[in-house]
Design a protein around this ligand. Sequence first.
Ligand code: DON
Length: 303
Amino acid sequence: MDLQEILDRIAADMAATQDRGRVAGYIPELACVDPTQFAIAVATADGQLLSAGDADVPFSIQSISKAFTLALALGRLGDQLWHRVGREPSGNAFNSITQLEREAGIPRNPFINAGALVVTDSLLEARVRSEVLAELLRFLRHAADDDDIHINKRVAASEEATGHRNRALAEFMAAHGNIHNDPAQTCWTYFHQCAVEMSCRQMALAGRFLMGGASGPTMLAPARMQRILALMLTCGHYDASGDFAFHVGLPGKSGVGGGILVIAPGRASIAVWSPGLNANGNSQLGTRAMMQLAAKTGWSVFQ
Ligand code: DON
């Protein structure tokens, strides 16, 4: 199997695709991103880094940040975190509020927005917001072995200006005692973590901490890694998680910036990016590219 050839073919196929989905419009800064871009990068367990397309162009990682903050929160709180957030797929959109009302302010999982707000809130315990963001950036830079990873303040401000729904989620959970800090501070920190920018090559390298195997940095106990991967498989694509597991068969975490981080356990960390989204808010071409990569490599965990 020539992995570079597989990536080149996928990139060529994506370049020829007309229907690219629609860029996220609800965060104004993301609406300006050129939808014709596509990139894929693969960091393998034997230490290679291969890529195709616009793999050095930074994109807004958005909800992919939730996988990293979950790792940080589990490191700080351990299993205590699970008193405040569940581990079940939601079957609802990432920003849904209805389930939260029925379930007394305990979000279904750490990857829907409500759950990620709780995770960020837990990181803010006894710390100011700038310390939490500094810890996240340190973690990402160490994982990717690259100091050139930053927060795009314009994107954060853009979401801060329009993030009424997230503020509603945070206030609602505060009413249930499940947000412990000022909800405005928690939202501000969350908007900034979502506004981190990385290229596909940086993201594939950063994802190695979830890959296992010899070449990635050891930043997590294996049991914790397995649990984050289980949540990525069952909840990482929101109400399309079943479909992604069905077609790709690998744990993944998507973001509305059009990126997806996918892990082939023991084999590879994969980042794919194309800004146009499908109806579930996941990258349209990114999902397609991952279907092709999984089919061509046989990397499905069910293989
Ligand atoms: O909270 C939001 O709506 C965004 N900052 C992140 C959402 C997101 O990436 C959902 N992913 N597909």
